[in-house]
Design a protein around this ligand. Sequence first.
Ligand code: ADP
Ligand code: MG
Length: 291
Amino acid sequence: SIMPATLSAISNGARHGILFKGGVHLENLSNIKAIAFDKTGTLTKGKPEVTDIIVREGLAETELLSVVASIESQSNHPLAQSIVRFSQEKNIAYSAPDQLEDAAGWGVKGIVNGKQWKVGKADFVGKEAALSFSEGIANELAASGKTTVFAADDQGIAAVIALKDLIREETKHALELLHQEGIHTIMLTGDNAITAQAIAKEAHLDTFIAECLPEHKVDHLKTLIDDYQTVAMVGDGINDAPALATANIGIAMGEGSDVALETADIVLMKNDLPKIAEAIRLSKKMKRIIK
Ligand code: ADP
Ligand code: MG
């Protein structure tokens, strides 16, 4: 049965934008030693903006964007949606691709005007070629925290598009509060290590795991649980649901995908990250009252 102190804390939480799907989760929060965060849409706003486009010699930028927009128009990845939006703002016409294959966590493959294209991360289009494209400029873009999306055709790398996803205003403060509670913070991202390091530093994470495929997030969580005993995971995407379920406590961003909301034990109704530390404090206080 549920303790009166727990019940009152739950309803108090709900009034303040944090939803507990049961008293046990509120009670467990006081034991949390580490929290893993998804990057895109959780620590960051999840609406990356195109900042740079570098196109292979002999290829026009509008032509390139038309092809990439065609392929990305079929993907619902935040990077894809941003590239499509950017192309639309530039009034670039594009058609639907003839064939499409969405490789979650890697990129998209498709045929446009009879030609095979790949759009996605460096490993997906060919790491060596991607990183040496335009004399290492891809590395520079990543070092400033930008995510690089490569486009390649049968002649090799055709372009790199850089996008910057801003860190949420509350992220640093939320992490500071957690560090005050002695909690270790980890960022999990599918992004490359150079970009991930720049973002982790900017957002004040203790550590990060980069190039993390959606299916590997669960394995990383299991390792974290071995190391820290009680671990929470915070995420927003469909991809995060298995990790949210694996964590001792799954926390979803309120504006996240339905699957994340359903799977989570706790929902931050307004995506309000500092509420996590608040809830942990509440849990610790409640434990003292009950004891
Ligand atoms: P994250 O949520 O941390 O960005 P994802 O697993 O969604 O991780 O994606 C990992 C990486 O795969 C992205 O950073 C990007 O480089 C690449 N990627 C995935 N889907 C696409 C896509 N539709 N277009 C371009 N790149 C993509
Ligand atoms: Mg995400």
